[in-house]
Design a binder for this molecule. Structure first.
Ligand SMILES: Nc1ncnc2c1ncn2[C@@H]1O[C@H](COP(=O)(O)OP(=O)(O)OP(=O)(O)O)[C@@H](O)[C@H]1O
Ligand SMILES: [Mg+2]
Length: 124
């Protein structure tokens, strides 16, 4: 899975709905996409179009309501929550729209925290 041009993330008929009160509100409707190794993609659309929702699904922060997702040749949706989180930690880099920094930690501690979770304790 290291050659440029190979698909690394493939979504088929992905939908995502949120519950609003008792009603289900569909944000993503039948998303089909394939992202190749080395490809650079810009996701554009008006506010509320579902860009962050789609990034969360691609980045394993959330799971689709229906459809399939293949990441690096395997199905992350078949994994347990903790296994999926581990895979996310090992394969996905995320810059959050709202930063998601922990205010009680220093800057370097915010940087070090995910490294700690990945078992990296120090650099030589
Ligand atoms: N956790 C949630 N629960 C309920 N509704 C949500 C949730 N997250 C997003 N939504 C709704 O889904 C829709 C898409 O939101 P999303 O944040 O994906 O849009 P966006 O394209 O990233 O917008 P922006 O450009 O403002 O960042 C919006 O109507 C939003 O209110
Ligand atoms: Mg957004």
């Amino acid at each position: 899975m290291k050659n440029p041009g190979q698909p690394i993330a493939v979504m088929k008929d992905v939908t995502k709905s949120y519950l609003k009160g008792r009603n289900s509100f569909q944000v993503l409707k039948n998303v089909n996409l394939s992202i190749d190794m080395g490809e650079k993609i810009a996701l554009v659309g008006p506010s509320g179009a579902g860009k962050t929702t789609l990034l969360y699904l691609l980045g394993l922060m959330d799971i689709p309501t229906s459809g399939s997702y293949t990441l690096l040749g395997s199905n992350p949706l078949a994994l347990s929550d903790s296994a999926r989180s581990r895979l996310r930690g090992q394969t996905i880099g995320f810059v959050f729209q709202n930063y998601n920094l922990l205010p009680h930690l220093r800057t370097w501690e915010n940087v070090a925290l995910p490294l700690h979770y990945s078992g990296i304790t120090r650099f030589n």
